[in-house]
Design a protein around this ligand. Structure first.
Ligand code: TXA
Ligand code: MG
Length: 315
C-alpha cells in the first residue's frame, strides 16, 4: 500500500481545479455528493481504479458507480431507453443510480464494471460534485469513501480519519444533505430495485408507470460480483500454476516467462489494473486453458484471488 500525503482541498474554483488535475494524474480524490462522500478516480484509468479497491481494502471487485456531469456524458457510456429517460427527467441530478447496458465503444476500465456488460451511472446533485465533474471533464468512478465494511462518510473529516495516507486528496464541501447512498435501479432488463436509497420505490413506480420489482433480501444479486458466470472466460482456468504446460495461455505474476504478465514487479495494484483486460486478451487467443501464476493472498491480492477463483469455478 503506497503512503501518500492526503491534502484537504477547499471547494473553491482553485481547489476543484487542483482536484481535477489530481484525477487526471491517476490520483484518488474523495469528494462530497448529495448522498455520501465518494472516493473518485478517472473511470478510464485501470491503475487509478485498482487503487480505489486497494485504498478501501475491498476484498472483491464489486462494480463501481460512474458519475457524470450531464446526460450527454451518460449517453456516451450506456445504451439509453425510454424508462431511463423518464427516470432521468424526474430524478437527475439526484440520488438515483441506473444500471444500463454498457456501450461497446467506451474507454471505461473493466475494473469499474468488474467484467459485467452493464454499467451503473448517476448524475449527482450537489454543487461541489457538479463543479468537480465539469472541471475534470470525464467519467469518475466512485464508491463511498470509506474502508470496506465501515460506515459511509458524510463529512470530509470522516474521510480524513479513515483514509488519510491512502488517497491524494479530499475536497471539503461540508456535510452531505441526503446521507444515505443512492437508490440503484436496474434497467438493463426488467426494471428492478437493486438497492433502496434516496429515491423511494413508490416514486419510481409512479414515474416509470410500471411496477419496479423488488429484489428479495436473500437474493445475492445486490453484489453482482457474486454472479459467477459473468467473470468466467471461455477457456478453462488453472490457478496457482507453478509451471506452465504446452498449449496453455500463460498469465504470469513476477519475474517469469509468460504470455502476459500481471505485474513483473509483483505490484498488486498493477496486477489488479491488468487483470480483466489480460484475461480477456488471453481468452481471445482461443487457448483451451489459461494458466495463472500464484498471486500472494495479501492486500489487493485477496480481491484478485476472489475473482480468479470465480473464473476457475465449475460452470
Ligand atoms: O450514493 C451513492 O451511490 C454513492 C455516492 C458516492 O455516489 N456511491 C456508492 O457506491 O454507494 P458503492 O460502491 O458503495 O455502491 C455501489 C453499488 C454496489 O452495491 C454495486 O454492487 C452496485 O452499486 N453496482 C455497481 N455497478 C453495478 C452493475 N453494473 N450492476 C448492478 N449493480 C451494480
Ligand atoms: Mg459503500
Amino acid at each position: 500500500m503506497c503512503v501518500v500525503e492526503t491534502k484537504t482541498l477547499p471547494n473553491t474554483d482553485d481547489g476543484l481545479r487542483r482536484a481535477a488535475e489530481t484525477l487526471r494524474d491517476g490520483g484518488l480524490v474523495a469528494f462530497p455528493t448529495e448522498t455520501v462522500y465518494g472516493l473518485g478516480a478517472d473511470a478510464t484509468n485501470d491503475r487509478a481504479v485498482a487503487r480505489i479497491y486497494e485504498a478501501k481494502g475491498r476484498p472483491s471487485f464489486n462494480p463501481l458507480i460512474v458519475h457524470c456531469a450531464d446526460l450527454e456524458d451518460v449517453k456516451a457510456l450506456v445504451k439509453w431507453n425510454h424508462l431511463a429517460q423518464a427516470a432521468a427527467e424526474a430524478f437527475w441530478p439526484g440520488p438515483l443510480t441506473m444500471v444500463l447496458p454498457l456501450r461497446v465503444d467506451t474507454m471505461i476500465s473493466r475494473l469499474v464494471t468488474a467484467g459485467l456488460d452493464t454499467l451503473a451511472v448517476r448524475i449527482p446533485a450537489g454543487d461541489t460534485a457538479q463543479r468537480l465533474l465539469r472541471a475534470f471533464g470525464g467519467p469518475v468512478a466512485a464508491p463511498s469513501a470509506n474502508t470496506s465494511g465501515q460506515i459511509s462518510p458524510t463529512r470530509a473529516g470522516h474521510v480524513v480519519d479513515d483514509l488519510s495516507g491512502r488517497i491524494e486528496a479530499v475536497v471539503d464541501g461540508g456535510p452531505c444533505t441526503v446521507g444515505v447512498e443512492s437508490t440503484i435501479l436496474g434497467l438493463a432488463g426488467t426494471p428492478t430495485l437493486l438497492r433502496p436509497g434516496g429515491i423511494t420505490l413508490e416514486q419510481l413506480n409512479e414515474t416509470l408507470g410500471t411496477r419496479v420489482s423488488e429484489r428479495r433480501a436473500t437474493d445475492k444479486i445486490s453484489a453482482p460480483g457474486q454472479i459467477r458466470s459473468h467473470y468466467a472466460p471461455r477457456a478453462r482456468v488453472r490457478l496457482n500454476a507453478a509451471e506452465f504446460e504446452d498449449g496453455e495461455a500463460r498469465l504470469g505474476f513476477g519475474d517469469i516467462d509468460c504470455d502476459l504478465n500481471l505485474s513483473k514487479a509483483e505490484d498488486l495494484v498493477e496486477a489488479a489494473a491488468n487483470l480483466f483486460e489480460f484475461l480477456h486478451r488471453l481468452d481471445a487467443t482461443g487457448a483451451p486453458v489459461i494458466a495463472i501464476s500464484p498471486i500472494p493472498h495479501i492486500g489487493l491480492g485477496v480481491a484478485i484471488n476472489d475473482r480468479l477463483s470465480r473464473a476457475a469455478a465449475d460452470r
